[in-house]
Design a protein around this ligand. Structure first.
Ligand code: PMP
Length: 424
């Protein structure tokens, strides 16, 4: 039994009426990006039709209205993650930009030769490569926390990995491939013992489970709007106010300052100091509407809904008697609605292309987590990822389609694109 009234929810999503492969699309690519409810679409349209102007600058009515709505959007997001203040909420383009902002605003100025940065082998490249570049620039070292074979972080290694040299510990709150929900507090407490700052990549957790930055005990949190029913070009960097006050802006220019003389700069208040240039105003307002929508449904309910979908999928996978290999924690309560797998004897891209013929959208490849796939000894996976609008009936249809693919295995022309990474 599913907890959410999915029929009602689905009516809010026009795109779910699309027909692909002769039937209504089964959209299982939510870890890459989610569909948009009519409430978000209408809010953005309404704003552009009636209130649009640039923010912060004007004394005229429209600019005042736009500024108010844009500031309120920060407040909505602050509430969504239980931040202490909306000043801690910086609007960015996406998770990648948020993480680079920390790398170039904090790490570049604080990491010294010989320092160490700890990340995990399950990190998305967006939470790995910025640290690697900083380490290269500063002659510092990046160390990696391994995983268990069933997809959990090796917490037992934290004591030996995190030392007095550690200055940053970065990890995903949830893996985009395995779905594993990681124990932020456990990592944060160990990192704080040695005075390191803690960076949490929330791209795959904030859209799917309740987020409370006061309880996570991390110093920074990054997430993307487009993965939580919001538009592209929207996302959040949350940081502890005392750290943000000390941090340098990564991008500088218009709106980042209070005053500039030829000799000096007085940076603007938070969060504007970090939102250089004209921000994505329409998108920020759209993201706030998405957060309101999710809050109305309830993040706990969404998590439990996904948990049921995963439980059912894994149960039905058992019918394949070894033909389908699943990667990640077997306990659905420990993960978000991400199910990555391979079909024995078929390339993951072939499976993805075949599923598309049935109107099922999944993602295939290394999901911008190459080191994780190498750790698992594979060159890619098929990833089905669920959200609040997915149903058990869709899972049934997905399993039936997969059965046909397994049955017809010998007949497929293998699809192996020349590029190995299809994100994201
Ligand atoms: N981190 C994780 C865990 C992700 O899943 C993704 C997107 N797949 C990102 C970071 C990057 O997100 P974006 O492309 O929105 O910057």
């Amino acid at each position: 039994m599913l907890l959410l009234n999915v029929d009602e929810i689905r009516r809010d999503f026009p795109l779910l009426e699309r027909v692909v492969g002769g039937r209504k699309i089964v959209y299982f690519d939510n870890a890459a990006s989610t569909q948009k409810p009519i409430q978000v679409i209408k809010t953005m349209e309404e704003f552009m039709k009636n209130h649009y102007a640039n923010v912060h600058r004007g004394l005229h009515t429209l600019s005042q209205e736009a500024s108010k709505l844009y500031e309120e959007a920060h407040e909505v997001l602050a509430k969504f993650i239980n931040a202490y203040s909306w000043r801690e909420v910086i609007f960015v383009n996406n998770t990648t930009e948020a993480l680079n902002t920390i790398a170039y605003g904090w790490a570049l100025w604080n990491i010294r030769e010989g320092d160490e940065i700890v990340v995990t082998v399950m990190d998305h490249h967006s939470n790995m490569l910025p640290w690697r570049l900083i380490a290269q620039l500063k002659n510092a070292r990046v160390k990696y926390l391994d995983i268990t074979d069933d997809g959990y972080l090796r917490y037992d290694l934290l004591d030996q990995l995190i030392t007095e040299k550690t200055k940053i510990v970065a990890f995903p709150l949830a893996s985009n491939v395995l779905g594993t929900i990681n124990d932020a507090k456990r990592i944060a407490r160990k990192a704080h013992e040695v005075g390191a700052i803690v960076v949490a990549d929330g791209a795959q957790s904030v859209p799917h489970i309740p987020t409370n930055v006061r309880e996570l005990e991390v110093d920074f949190l990054a997430f993307s709007g487009h993965k939580m029913l919001g538009p592209t070009g929207s996302g959040v960097l949350w940081g502890r106010e005392d750290i943000l006050e000390e941090m340098k802006p990564f991008k500088v220019g218009g709106d980042t300052i209070k005053d500039v003389t030829l000799d000096a700069v007085v940076w603007h208040d938070l969060p504007w100091r970090f939102e250089a240039g004209t921000p994505n105003i329409v998108e920020g307002i759209g993201l706030a509407e998405a957060a309101r929508y999710l809050a109305r449904i309830g993040m706990d309910n969404i998590h439990r809904h996904e948990e049921e979908l995963v439980r059912y999928t894994l149960k039905r996978f058992e019918e394949f008697a070894g033909e389908v290999k699943y990667y990640g924690p077997l306990n659905p309560a420990d993960k978000t609605g991400v199910v990555s797998f391979n079909v024995k004897g078929l390339n993951h891209h072939t499976v993805g292309a075949a599923l598309d013929l049935f109107g099922i959208a999944v993602r295939t490849g290394m999901h911008c987590a190459h080191p994780l796939h190498y750790r698992l000894g594979i060159t890619g996976t098929v990833r089905a990822s669920f959200y609040l609008y997915n149903t058990l009936e869709e899972v049934d249809y997905f399993i039936e389609s997969l059965e046909k693919i397994v049955l017809l295995k010998g007949r497929f022309v293998e699809q192996v694109p020349s590029h190995v990474c299809t994100g994201t």
